[in-house]
Design a protein around this ligand. Sequence first.
Ligand code: ADP
Ligand code: AMP
Length: 217
Amino acid sequence: MRILIMGPPGAGKGTQAARIASFCEIPHISTGDIFRTEIKESSELGKKIKSYLDTGKLVPDEVTVMVIKKRLQQPDCSRGFLLDGFPRTIPQAEALDGILIGLSKNRLDLVINISVDAQVLLERLTGRRVCRNCGDTYHILYQPPQKDEICDRCGGDLYQRSDDTAETVSNRLDVYQRQTAPLLEYYQKRDIVQEVNGELSIDQVFKEIEKVIRSID
Ligand code: ADP
Ligand code: AMP
């Protein structure tokens, strides 16, 4: 199955994507995660894109499209994939259509759109903590680790993303409204968008998503 998970920053895409990927046995492809790894490794690409992530601006389409094209060619994508954070602009969505045709893959089967009120998003993003080692996501109130600042899964240190500050969050929400939200219409025209209420608990949101996936399987 080829799935895209959409929603504003902090909607819970990464949290749900980990569960969906395991449920559907498909790789979770997050452009944000790929970019953060490149920055951590100080690669040429990492150096080029760091300032965009630090300020919450979008990385230029040509760079992002090149990264995703390379990733979708990997053999683990043969049974499908789950995209998280890509596409984020109409030109990226058009490029994705072209990449899938070029790789002889079918179009997306499903777009899951998680909606959450803006005030809730701010609280979620400023309280988010991520494992430096395995990337697992926590929240200081809603999904706290068992031991303060330590990842339950691998024992790694938890850190706060540099773009999860109140100032950058407001820029990211603005970028989402202007550049990414219009994509919903692009996919609604294909009749593949399913809405999920992201304000429920993490488990309840996943139950809703599971129902949607079973209904199209
Ligand atoms: P996104 O990938 O959409 O930016 P995340 O999955 O990283 O969002 O979630 C943002 C923050 O909100 C994380 O700290 C996560 O633990 C928390 N979170 C995710 N889903 C929920 C939920 N349904 N209820 C409460 N907190 C949540
Ligand atoms: P995320 O982890 O999805 O919240 O993304 C973090 C940051 O990575 C964004 O604020 C952008 O700077 C960059 N980014 C991730 N995905 C994309 C994309 N598809 N297009 C452009 N920039 C992206």
